[in-house]
Design a protein around this ligand. Sequence first.
Ligand SMILES: [Zn+2]
Length: 196
Amino acid sequence: MPSSFSHAVAAVAFGRAYTKRALPPRFWICTVACALIPDLDILGSRFGIGLDSMLGHRGITHSFFFALLLSGLVVLFAFRQPVSGISQRALFVYFFAVTASHPILDALVDGDWGVAFFAPLTSTRYFLPWRPIHSSPVGMGFFSATGATVIMNEVVWVWLPSLVVSLAPWLGKQWLTRRQGSRFSHESDLIPESDI
Ligand SMILES: [Zn+2]
């Protein structure tokens, strides 16, 4: 799995791209929480739940079903009132996408245990065809030489793309402004001198 830092970075970047409105802290707290909560299934190993179980790591908490459930609960309990003109429906779609970003990132990892995207319908584990992200060590192993290599890998494959995603609305606006500017200057070049 990518590290918790990278899951949080990707979620916040998505939030920045989603809206530029001033939003209350609970929006950002819930954004990070939705990106991290799926990995609570790691605790299952302490109770003897195996990786092959639907309740095991990357099982049902990494499914689209769970993302729907968690998003519904977040909207129900944290956003009873719409915020900054964003409807509850829009917030539901947003928190579903943020939660689903976690298993999608996990499926890009070069580990050997896939993601049960479609639990509880099926416990089949999936990976995406392209897996450039290294599996992150758990616990103190994260602060080892291997951990440093993993972080560098995540900077390239998670943090930098996240930066691009967060800047996407601004970059799109800049591109449109330049395009319109060059079109107007081109049209003015075509106006006959007698009409000026
Ligand atoms: Zn995970």
